[in-house]
Design a protein around this ligand. Structure first.
Ligand code: IPE
Ligand code: IPE
Ligand code: MG
Length: 254
């Protein structure tokens, strides 16, 4: 199993262009409301913003883009909105798989997928298979995802592995033991987190993986988040000093 660098175990190598950007795409409903439109129009427009973000990553050389599309708490929304989001997800998967593959994008959908209709699960499997060869960008869509679920799911995976391999269940759990069972185990930790829509919270997104990620919050609603907005987020990232626990003087001395 892949064992990647952990920001709490070793100091990661940092590059000017973030390798991995993780986004909470928020503000679709308010974007629509402010135009006197039904909320779901905002979600439709949001799909276009996803296309723009994917294109921007390919152009800028960001190699991993992780998008929060539907949280484990979003089931609490009105049934009509949930059902619209499911249909939109299906339609987008159907339409985009070939396009993603043609552009060297490898698609991955993570989360508790068993809660979705079989049609969605089949489309996700087709999407994974159809884009597996993509080398330019890994696009991870988080659907029915929750950060706490991810950690608990990994812990359950580790316990099952221990039981199957005859390892004592109460042996101490090290970070490196748990890491391979997390959803993004094979990706570097996000360098940059973006949340659109003005809220300054993490809403149960990548709780484990964001340990040392640079956070960027913008009032721009997701449907308005274009390439220029993406580049502004990256420019802000480039002003940050990523110390990973060290002092500024230690970095200058390097
Ligand atoms: C984000 O936009 C999309 C999803 C959570 C599916 P919202 O739908 O949360 O939009 P606001 O926050 O209500 O404006
Ligand atoms: C977070 O947005 C989830 C997604 C973008 C998919 P929400 O709009 O659901 O977050 P809260 O409920 O305002 O924290
Ligand atoms: Mg919201």
């Amino acid at each position: 199993m892949t064992q990647l660098e952990s920001s709490t175990q070793t100091i990661p190598v940092v590059s000017a262009v973030p390798q991995h950007v993780a986004v909470i795409m928020d503000g679709n409903g308010r974007w629509a409301n402010e135009r006197g439109l039904p909320r779901v129009w905002g979600h439709k427009k949001g799909v276009q913003a996803v296309r723009d973000a994917v294109r921007a990553c390919v152009e800028l050389g960001v190699s991993h883009l992780t998008l929060f599309a539907f949280s484990s708490e979003n089931w609490r929304r009105p049934p009509a909105e949930v059902s619209f989001l499911m249909k939109l997800f299906m339609r987008s998967l159907r339409r985009e798989i070939k396009n993603l593959a043609d552009n060297g994008v490898r698609l991955r959908v993570i989360g508790e997928l068993s809660a979705f209709d079989q049609t969605i699960q089949d489309l996700v499997a087709q999407g994974h298979a159809g884009t597996a060869a993509g080398q330019r960008l890994t696009l991870t869509i988080c659907a029915n995802y929750g950060g706490r679920w991810d950690i608990l799911n990994a812990m359950n995976g580790l316990l099952a592995h221990r039981a199957a391999s005859g390892i004592a269940l109460d042996a101490p759990v090290l970070e490196a033991d748990l890491q391979p069972f997390l959803q993004l185990a094979d990706l570097p930790e996000p360098d940059l987190f973006i949340r659109t829509g003005g809220e300054a919270r993490v809403s149960n997104f990548l709780l484990w993986q964001l340990a040392y990620t640079e956070l960027f919050f913008t009032p721009t609603y997701w449907p308005d988040f274009d390439k220029a907005a993406f580049m502004a987020a990256i420019a802000s990232y480039q002003q940050r000093e990523r110390r990973f626990g060290r002092t500024s003087a230690q970095l200058v001395g390097k």
